[in-house]
Design a binder for this molecule. Structure first.
Ligand SMILES: Cc1cc2nc3c(=O)[nH]c(=O)nc-3n(C[C@H](O)[C@H](O)[C@H](O)COP(=O)(O)OP(=O)(O)OC[C@H]3O[C@@H](n4cnc5c(N)ncnc54)[C@H](O)[C@@H]3O)c2cc1C
Ligand code: SF4
Length: 506
């Protein structure tokens, strides 16, 4: 059977308002969706992440069919499945002889390259207008700037969207209320759980498939409670707004033992897969502020993450690829410790963050940045291995968003393109922002010796080791002066303690 256009929809393009769907016509065009081994295994993704994407794809295909679209849906286990995106495109072209293939631009550079190199039919790549900032707009903004700081980009996005703007002034009189958003939480606060969805028949079939075919991948498959349709994701947004948004700002940086979600939205997997529209999510949050139901620091803090950070890291990704994935400004070469896959470590902060990552395919931003990320940077782990770990283990991880967050923000491997200084900290930070240290076998107050919190000696060792590269950073001047004021014996003891710990990492 022939069709005019074949529209390929990828697993993170599950949006009814997708550019390629808006450009198409169900009466003349046909949709192709495919579950392929190559994409599910190019890093060994968390089992929950694969199940989420396959189930959300299958549900989306059903919705498209109900809306009158002819859909070719290729299941992973079909005998004829070539197990690659381009292989499935070629097979569909042979079946339907379309005049053209249409695709909304892929989020990842790798996939875009692969599709551009494919030549079995003329291919049109449409801009992904689910993002606020186009590649051209980001390039214009970045042109001629020495430093690409998120804060200035974010203000542009506020002006562009009108979000939290009173005329040309920021609502509440300031652009950024981050300074109000650093309260530590305690376990006796009530922390709501994200909305949970009971798996239906489609999801049950996917869970059986993933359990069978991806048994050697990281992470627990069940219990599986993710939303897998736009309607369910909307319900998760409703429950975040009703139960957690008001406290989101105050406790944005807090970490609590046994509380993986604190007051975070846990919406990133849904937004990134296309089940929620980021701008609509921000408008809902702004409406809560305008109605007086949440404070400005909560609404602004949340909206900044989406129209600021999320758009900004995407801009950085396309601005710097290819090449960004290999950045290693600090020359870090150590192998990723085994405990990143097992959670088996005496360091409570790491055991908590990795343990919940294994169970939920989720950790919140401060756990990713200041626990797993900070440790990897201080210990000098190869940033490419760190990148592959983050890309594999989180349900929301796609290279365009994960790579700048990992290589730039958390590892400082881009030499400061994204962050003005390394996010490096000793145990004191974790002790202030969490209750982890209270139940840790290490003593957060000690700097050296077998019982000292390893982050303390590692922090100073990191600074001393990377002095040549970092000494010109004005924000690190006072820290280096403190190090230089320490007596020689203390400095030596600190570095020996770090070396002994690192030797034990294997
Ligand atoms: C090393 C590292 C790796 C990361 N990898 C990813 C990733 O693969 N995918 C991903 O979506 N986010 C990533 N982040 C950013 C952030 O940690 C997650 O977006 C956030 O934890 C998701 O949880 P949430 O939905 O509860 O977010 P909330 O705290 O509720 O924030 C609201 C929303 O803002 C957006 N957001 C917040 N921070 C960022 C950020 N720094 N960059 C982009 N969007 C942001 C997300 O869409 C999120 O849903 C990473 C951060 C670090 C430090
Ligand atoms: S004492 Fe150190 S290792 Fe232990 S939880 Fe605190 S910061 Fe982590």
């Amino acid at each position: 059977m022939t069709c005019r256009n074949l529209i390929l929809i990828l697993g993170d393009q599950l949006s009814a308002n997708l550019a390629s769907l808006k450009a198409g016509d169900p009466a003349r065009d046909r949709i192709l969706m495919a579950e392929v081994w190559d994409e599910a295994t190019y890093v060994k993704h968390h089992k929950k992440k694969i199940a989420f994407i396959f189930s959300a794809m299958r549900h989306f295909a059903e919705e498209l069919k109900a809306g009158g679209w002819p859909v070719d849906y290729v299941h992973l286990d079909e005998a004829a499945n070539s197990q690659s995106l381009t292989g499935e495109l070629s097979r569909a072209v042979a079946r339907h002889h379309p005049e053209r293939v249409i695709i909304t631009e892929p989020g990842e550079w790798r996939v875009r390259q692969m599709l551009e190199a494919w030549a079995d039919a003329p291919l049109d790549i449409l801009e992904d207008d689910r993002f606020l900032c186009t590649h051209a707009e980001f390039s214009d903004w970045a042109a001629g700037r020495k430093q690409l700081r998120m804060e200035y980009f974010y203000r542009e996005m506020r002006r562009k969207t009108g979000l939290l703007m009173d005329g040309d002034q920021p609502a509440g009189g300031k652009w950024n209320f981050d300074a109000d958003n650093r309260k530590p939480a305690s376990a006796d606060l009530f922390m709501p759980r994200p909305a949970q969805v009971q798996p239906d028949q489609i999801t049950e079939a996917v869970l059986a498939l993933v359990g069978d075919r991806f048994a050697d991948h990281f992470g627990d498959l069940e219990p599986f409670w993710f939303a897998v349709t736009a309607r369910q994701a909307e319900a998760a947004l409703d429950s975040f707004i009703a139960d957690a948004l008001a406290s989101f700002g105050d406790f944005q940086d807090a970490m609590v033992r046994g509380e993986p979600f604190v007051y975070h939205s846990v919406l990133s997997a849904y937004i990134n897969a296309g089940l929620l529209d980021p701008l609509a999510v921000c408008r809902r949050v702004e409406a809560e502020y305008r109605a007086g139901r949440v404070a400005i620091n909560a609404a602004e803090g949340f909206i900044r993450q989406i129209i600021g950070w999320r758009e900004y890291v995407r801009g950085i990704y396309w601005h710097t690829m290819p090449g960004y994935e290999l950045k290693n400004a600090l020359g870090a070469t150590r192998a990723l410790p085994r405990f990143y896959w097992t959670g088996d470590t005496d360091m409570t902060c790491l055991a908590e963050a990795i343990g919940q990552t294994r169970r939920e395919a989720y950790a919140h931003h401060i756990q990713r940045l200041m626990v797993t990320g900070n440790f990897a940077m201080l210990a000098g782990i190869d940033p490419h291995q760190v990148h592959e770990w983050y890309l594999a283990v989180y349900a929301d991880a796609y290279e365009w968003v994960e790579l700048p967050n990992t290589v730039g923000m958390s590892q400082f491997a881009d030499g400061g393109l994204l962050a003005s200084k390394p996010y490096a900290a000793g145990g004191n930070y974790t002790n202030k922002m969490s209750d982890y240290c209270r139940s840790c076998r290490y003593d957060v107050k000690q700097r050296t010796g077998p019982d000292a919190c390893p982050f303390n000696a590692l922090y100073w060792d990191f600074l001393a080791r990377n002095r040549e590269t970092l000494k010109g950073n004005p924000r690190l001047g006072p820290v280096y002066r403190t190090w230089d004021r320490m007596d020689e014996a203390k400095r030596r003891e600190t570095r020996e303690s770090a070396a002994a710990f690192l030797a034990g990492l294997g």
